[in-house]
Design a protein around this ligand. Sequence first.
Ligand code: ZN
Ligand code: ZN
Length: 376
Amino acid sequence: MSHSFKAAVLKAPNPAHPYAEHKPLSLETVSVPAPADGEVLVKIAAASLCRSDLSVINGVRAWPMPIVPGHEASGTVVETGPGVTAVGNGDPVVLVYQPQCGTCPACLEGEAHLCGPGLAANRKGELLSGGTRLSLKGSPVHHHMGLSAFAEYALVSEKSVVPVPRDLPLDIAALFGCAVMCGAGTVLNTGAIKAGDTVVIAGAGGVGLSALLGARAAGASRIIAIDPDPAKLEHAKRLGASDTINSGDRRAAAEVLELTSGGVDIAFETAGKLGAFEIAYDSARRGGTVVSVGLVDPKTPFQLDVAALVTGAKTVKGSYVGSCNPRTDIPRFIAMHQRGLLPVEELITHRMPLADVNVALDRMEDGTAIRQILTP
Ligand SMILES: [Zn+2]
Ligand SMILES: [Zn+2]
């Protein structure tokens, strides 16, 4: 049996501000068929807004249109297609925006975040099982990252969900789908930081503050948060930053070198801005590591002084989905949360109905929100 429900549809990218006025997303009644082989229907409990959603809406990154965005969410499985084994009806789940096919070379190597078929399906705006399922007045609508969670329901591959404990509130569970994997996951997996390491977090938004929590949990001896927004630096301080530097009015990297006598062991770019990457790069000590996780505008390449890279013996890494294997890392991070080591609920600054999603976009754009929970 097919299902009809409300979803926030983006018909074409629109960078016009304020979003609340221009309303790039409109709530429409969309339909999906019953789940096919390996697919599940999830009733969305909470979706949160991530900065990379903005790049879908304003067109900085090209996606097939029309599309229903939303890639950080949780819910309850309400219907399963034939052959589904990972979850059953009534199971609480977090949605995962990088589906893992389980059989490609990356998946077999244990690098589920690099799953080739998963990435290919995402780029086409399709499900891992092939094609689109969403439709609006009979015309196809694309899936964002195999999820399209700004909606009352999401029809997804069973390889796009990970079950979560029943006692974990679903609004908190949603954060594990992107903010926690990209932030804490980047620090713990890609950065593989050791207790006692010194760390720079360049960008104190949702991913940056999540990275900060990961660095704190791992026992970093010094965590220097850098951002142009004093309110975000305050937030970083509350979550355990040992130092904060306002990059708006100071030469941040020079200050880091001074504070740490030559730079930090690991510097993370968590803002999706070229300026933040430059600060992170310049803040790492000789022999140190630079990890970039934000999605910088693809039209702004970084000029690399290769000779300085060599003499500085730096390592530069990109981190996609925090190098996570969602099936093993999400339960690990939830267990850390339940032990009080990753208080990710501290990232939530706003809650509102899904109908107010355009207002939420403005808050994300102007930097007044960290994580906003949208409830359908
Ligand atoms: Zn995200
Ligand atoms: Zn794969």
